[in-house]
Write a protein that binds this ligand. Structure first.
Ligand code: MSP
Length: 521
């Protein structure tokens, strides 16, 4: 048998200066859904997440907490691991930049860049924003009425003057522009690619890649007065996790270049400009795609610690349920756009899409089967055009969803699922199987069989989005764990008449509005 095709998807690694909120959860959730989808679609998947633990920002946060950076990062990194468990994330690895494997990888990359004449020693004098861990040109800054200088992100900047190594980014303008031209999907959504292209066209300056005014970082090989710039350190995590500098290993050969680096729009420049330049300069292939998603605001406001409106994922899950939160976040906003989180819209989705549309379909079909078919899969008799039409929609579903997922268009995948759910509900109403019980029991059996098949397709394809709920639906159809992947869609693997099915239990409860509105931390 041919080896399964590989799929490597990564989240950004999270700064450990703060507790996780729904913004962090969102990026990892998107990757989790992709990873689960690809596994069910027969791919050999590696899904990586982790924490970004070096640099001035984390150093400052540790000091503010009165802890040594390593003690502090051990503690905060654990919160991100806990979030992954809480959300049922299926990451295959969790990398920390303070690990030995990463030190070795970064130092090897540095040495290669140096050997390739891509790094030289100079001195930096310019603006730096600790919050963004980024250098800015004077021309990018704005000045507040109070005279404070701000980066485009709104982060305050400080003047920095120190000896520094530089990466010859200026040499990479043409190769980067070629990379974008040859791979128009290198950055998605397209509008974001345009931003990247115009930034690179505007000219690239060599990039400062070491700091000397603090110690919390990876020492520059043979010059320990310098620590590596935290973004060079952090980006390297994507190759550390597959064994860099050992590029001749199976893991590295299988998974590099990565299929998707998922990032928020705020960190696109680092991933779509600096990272491919570092890689090409080290003789490595750039990743296949960087997808930049949008930002969440909360009830119309930017989320921040100082506003006290950062939403704690734990709270959210306790209020609404894990699969419900997973669903709403990917359904509410076209992936790539900004979105506003409101409790009202969460409740509307839970009660409308999940309880009324999906839940009701499953509940009414399975309870009719329990009541009227002796709790076994009924026998399908002759099929009508209406039956065939619904089944045809089901058989086409995976193709539509697959195309959407290959563009990270989660909302389109969910739209396609809901189109089938609505079609199935329409079919129930038209066929009115409850009325056939006395008049035509054989026809009732056929209608319920067709509906169970529709539900089987829906549940198999919803697994990446709502793994637990979909699993419970498949349990209720007596579809075993070995036949839940996409290779088992289609009529060759259809339900077998006479198979006993368990007593149905509701999967998508309604959310009582009185209990809502408590989700903020
Ligand atoms: N440490 C860097 C990434 C290094 S990757 C080599 C970093 N960390 S972060 O913790 O600040 O942000 C991680 C991710 O969370 C980013 O993709 C960012 O866009 C995302 N989000 C943080 N707040 C967010 C929202 N309010 N909404 C959506 N995503 C947001 O950047």
């Amino acid at each position: 048998m041919a080896a399964a095709p590989a799929y490597y998807v990564t989240t950004p690694i999270y700064y450990v200066n703060d507790v996780p909120h729904i913004g962090h959860m969102y990026t990892t959730l998107a990757c989790d859904v992709l990873a689960r989808f690809k596994r069910l679609d027969g791919f050999n998947v590696k899904f990586l997440t982790g924490t970004d633990e070096h640099g001035q920002k984390v150093d400052k946060a540790a000091r503010a907490a009165g802890l040594e950076p390593k003690v502090f990062t051990d503690k905060v990194s654990e919160n991100f691991r806990a979030l992954a468990r809480l959300m049922n994330f299926s990451n295959d690895d969790f990398i920390r930049t303070t690990e030995e494997r990463h030190l070795r990888s970064c130092q090897a990359l540095w040495r290669t860049l140096l050997a390739n004449d891509q790094i030289y020693l100079g001195s930096y004098a310019g603006w730096y924003a600790v919050r963004d861990e980024a250098f800015y040109a004077e021309s990018e800054l704005t000045t507040t009425p109070g005279g404070e200088k701000l980066a485009p992100s709104g982060a305050p900047v400080e003047w920095v003057e120190e000896p520094s190594y530089f990466f010859r980014l200026s040499r990479w303008q043409e190769p980067l522009l070629r990379l974008y031209a040859d791979n128009p999907d290198f950055v998605l959504p397209r509008s974001r690619l345009n931003e990247v292209v115009s930034f690179v066209r505007g000219g690239l300056q060599d990039l400062s890649v070491s700091r000397t005014t603090f110690q919390w970082g990876i020492p520059v090989p043979d010059d320990p007065a310098h620590v590596m710039y935290v973004w060079l350190d952090a980006l390297t995590n994507y190759i550390t996790a597959i064994g860099y500098p050992d590029t001749d290993t199976e893991d590295f050969r299988t998974f590099w270049p990565a299929d998707v680096h998922m990032v928020g729009k705020d960190i696109l420049r680092f991933h779509a400009v600096y990272w491919p330049a570092f890689l090409m300069a080290a003789g490595l292939a750039p990743p296949k795609r960087v997808f930049a998603h949008g930002w969440w605001t909360v009830e119309g406001q930017k989320m921040s610690k100082s506003l006290g409106n950062a939403i704690d994922p734990l709270h959210l899950i306790e209020s609404y349920g894990r699969d419900q939160v997973r669903y709403v976040m990917l359904r509410e906003v076209p992936f790539g756009n900004d979105g506003d989180f409101s409790h009202e819209s969460v409740v509307a989705r839970i009660n409308g899409d999940l309880a009324n549309d999906y839940g009701n379909l499953v509940q009414r079909v399975l309870s009719m089967v329990a009541k009227n078919c002796g709790g076994v899969v009924p026998s399908p008799a002759d099929r009508t055009g209406d039956d065939a039409a619904l089944l045809e929609l089901c058989h086409r579903l995976i193709t539509t969803v697959r195309q959407a997922m290959d563009r990270q268009a989660f909302h389109e995948g969910l739209d396609a699922l809901w189109a089938v759910i609505r079609a199935a509900n329409g079919y129930v109403d038209r066929q009115a199987p409850w009325a056939l019980r006395k008049s035509d029991p054989a026809r009732m059996g056929t209608v319920l069989y067709v509906l169970m098949e529709a539900i089987r397709h829906l549940a198999i394809v919803t697994q990446p989005f709502m793994p637990e709920a979909a699993g419970r639906i498949l349990d209720q159809l007596a579809v075993g764990p070995a036949v839940r992947d996409f290779a088992h869609l289609g009529q060759d693997h259809a339900l077998v008449a006479g198979t006993p099915v368990p007593t149905p239990r509701g999967v998508f409860p309604r959310h009582e509005v009185e209990a809502a509105g408590q989700g903020t931390a």
